[in-house]
Design a protein around this ligand. Structure first.
Ligand SMILES: Cc1ncc(COP(=O)(O)O)c(C=O)c1O
Length: 368
């Protein structure tokens, strides 16, 4: 029995008719760039997240970049984030002309450690980007408190956390803005590239809407220098269909995570993920920590059990960020986790037999 890391086809088969009807509607109306299907999804997603505005954009990377631009982050500024994230978080900072400044993570949640945040603030700091890694939110209360005290903006990178909660509030609804990716493999994934920015602030929503559409409040009248960061009509329509299933899919992920944990919690050499008391984890990724990770992933692949690594090299040790001159050892927890985290197969349609097979094989390989 094969255990793929991700299976988008089974999910597509389960919603095929709804998807084809929605696709047909877009094709018949020819509303391909922005337009009514995007506007409808924006309203639905804002309501789902309990936020006033959602602005559909081309990707999660666009969402982060446009949010930073709208907040006025630019050359000479510093933005604090974590080193164990997908590079897009830092790229967005760099593409505003600002400098990413990293703080280490908590070993329990793999998210920003609020106790280390204040020491990273300098007179140049403009914003903080906590990343809700793997589908679990960062500890937002202390982060927001420190940000408010220092007059800093908070941008939630919620690209892996659709529907995750912190003390009853949805990911993306707590900071000044929340940024989402709808890359196909996400908990809420488009059938192509797409993203969104959430905000409760009317001024920011207006500015982001303009920035994603060449700075124009009205066609061919450009008040700002903007960009083409619009969402496609087809993606808006696909996402409206899929949003209706998100709660049920997240629950399936949580059930799958619990099954893995039941099988693996007592296996020697495996540290299972922990759900923080403050929130609801939506398990975009179910990552365990193991020693000898690289040989284990190879042996599992030989058995047709396919795992991933998120992420093998922390950002401060990537060639692209060499110029920051941050040595190995600068962020010891993130570095240690980068060497040990192993992402197990995880998607809503994963069967209990597949989970049991993956877990049993891990136990067997670790004991031999
Ligand atoms: C934490 C994080 N931030 C940003 C992004 C960028 O999103 P996109 O690939 O849609 O540009 C991703 C996507 O994988 C992500 O996981």
């Amino acid at each position: 029995m094969k255990v793929p890391f991700l299976d988008l086809k089974t999910q597509y088969d389960s919603i095929r008719e709804e998807i084809h009807a929605a696709l047909n509607e877009v094709l018949e109306s020819t509303a391909f760039a922005g337009g009514p299907f995007v506007a409808r999804f924006e309203k639905e997603f804002a309501d789902f997240c309990g936020c006033h505005h959602a602005i559909g954009v081309g990707s999660g990377t666009d969402a982060l970049w446009l949010a930073l631009l709208a907040l006025g982050v630019g050359r000479g500024d510093e933005v604090i984030t974590v080193p164990n994230t997908f590079i897009a978080t830092a790229e967005a900072i760099s593409f505003c002309g600002a400098k990413p400044v990293f703080v280490d993570i908590e070993e329990e949640t793999y998210n920003m450690n609020p106790a280390l945040l204040e020491a990273a603030i300098s007179p140049r700091t403009k914003a903080i980007i906590p990343v809700h890694l793997f589908g679990q939110m960062a500890d937002m209360d202390p982060i927001m408190e420190i940000a408010r005290r220092h007059g800093l903006h908070v941008i939630e990178d919620a690209c892996q956390a659709h529907g995750a909660e912190y003390k009853g509030k949805k990911a993306g609804s707590i900071g000044d803005v929340g940024c989402f990716s709808f890359y196909p493999g996400k908990n809420l994934g488009a059938y192509g590239e797409a993203g969104a920015v959430l905000t409760n602030r009317d001024d920011l929503a207006e500015k982001i809407k303009m920035l994603r559409d060449h700075g124009q409040p009205k066609k061919y009248y450009h008040d700002l220098i903007g960009w083409n960061g619009r969402m496609d009509g087809i993606q808006g329509a696909m996402l409206s269909v899929k949003l209706k299933h998100l709660l049920e899919w997240n629950e399936a992920r949580r059930k799958n995570a619990q099954l893995y944990t039941d099988f693996l919690a007592d296996v020697e050499g495996v540290a299972v993920p922990r759900e923080a008391d403050y929130g609801k984890h939506v398990y975009h990724i179910y990552a365990v920590r193991v020693h000898e990770r690289d040989s284990l992933i190879r042996k599992l692949a030989e058995k047709d059990i396919h795992c991933g690594i998120h992420y093998p090299v922390p950002l401060h040790m990537q060639k692209a960020y060499k110029f920051l001159e941050l040595e190995r050892g600068s962020f010891p927890i993130a570095e240690k986790c980068a060497g040990e985290l192993l992402s197990l197969p995880m998607f809503p349609d994963l069967t209990s037999d597949q989970i049991q097979r993956a877990a049993t094989e891990i136990e067997r390989l670790l004991s031999t």
